[in-house]
Ligand binder design. Structure first.
Ligand SMILES: [Fe+2]
Length: 231
C-alpha cells in the first residue's frame, strides 16, 4: 500500500532478497502541479496501489533510477502507458527491450518544476558478475526538503531480519546512512564521489528516502556526511 509521508510524497514497499539477504525495496511517488505523479524505482504495482495512485493523481513519469532498479518498470508502463519512462542511456543499451521513452542528462537538471536530479557519477558496486557501475540518478524534492536515493546508501535497523542486521553490521549500512563495503571497494575514484557529495549538500534537504533501509525523517544531511566520512 502507498503510505503518505508528506503533503506530496508517498512510498510503497515490498520484500526483496539480494544475495540471499532480505533487503526489501521501496518506491517513491512525488506529486507535482497538483496531479502529476512521478514514480521513482517502481515496485510491483498491485490493484490496491494502482487505485491509490489513481486517487492521488495521474502517473506522468516512471523512473528507473539506476542500472539495477528497472525490474518492475515495464509492468508499470503497461499499467500507465501514457507515462514517460525515464532511464539511464546505458540501461537502454543493457536492456533494449525496455520501453524507455527518455534518457536522463548526465549534467543533471530538473525533471519538472518540483523535482531535480543529479548523476552520481563514478559510483560502483560488486555483484555476482564482478565490479559494476550503478549509474545512479538521485533526486531532490525541494518542497518537502527530501533527498531520494536508491542504492547510494542504505539504512538498515532493528526492524530488519536477524541476517540483514548481521550482514549490514559487518559490511556497513546498519543504523547508518552509508554505502556498504562492496561499494567502498568497487568505487575507485573517491575524489569524484567527494565532489558530487559537495554538490548534493548544496541542496536543502532534511529527510532522506532510500530503496533499502528505513527512511530518515530528519538530520538527513548530517547523516549523509557521516555515512560517507570514511568512504
Ligand atoms: Fe537496490
Amino acid at each position: 500500500m502507498l503510505k503518505q509521508i508528506d503533503s506530496d510524497i508517498w512510498v510503497a514497499e515490498q520484500p526483496l532478497k539480494y544475495l540471499g539477504i532480505n533487503v526489501g525495496t521501496r518506491m517513491t511517488v512525488i506529486r507535482s502541479n497538483s496531479d502529476q505523479l512521478s514514480i521513482i524505482s517502481p515496485i510491483q504495482i498491485n490493484d490496491a496501489i494502482k487505485k491509490q495512485l489513481e486517487t492521488i493523481g495521474v502517473v506522468t513519469n516512471i523512473i528507473a533510477p539506476n542500472l539495477f532498479h528497472y525490474l518492475f518498470a515495464s509492468d508499470c508502463k503497461n499499467l500507465f502507458p501514457y507515462a514517460t519512462f525515464w532511464a539511464d542511456l546505458d540501461l537502454k543499451k543493457k536492456k533494449p527491450d525496455l520501453p524507455i521513452d527518455k534518457t536522463f542528462d548526465y549534467q543533471g537538471g530538473n525533471l519538472n518544476d518540483h523535482l531535480k536530479y543529479m548523476f552520481f557519477d563514478g559510483f560502483k558496486t560488486i555483484t555476482l558478475n564482478g565490479f559494476s557501475r550503478l549509474n545512479e540518478f538521485i533526486f531532490y524534492h525541494p518542497t518537502s526538503r527530501t533527498l531520494i536515493l536508491t542504492d547510494i546508501a542504505f539504512n538498515f535497523d532493528k526492524s530488519f531480519s536477524f541476517s540483514t542486521k548481521l550482514v549490514s553490521r559487518l559490511i556497513g549500512g546498519y543504523n547508518n546512512l552509508s554505502p556498504s563495503l562492496l561499494e567502498k571497494i568497487a568505487t575507485t575514484n573517491k575524489n569524484k564521489i567527494k565532489s558530487i557529495l559537495h554538490e548534493i549538500l548544496d541542496w536543502d534537504f532534511d529527510r532522506v528516502i532510500m530503496a533499502h533501509g528505513s527512511i530518515i525523517e530528519s538530520n538527513g544531511k548530517e547523516k549523509l556526511i557521516k555515512g560517507f566520512e570514511n568512504f
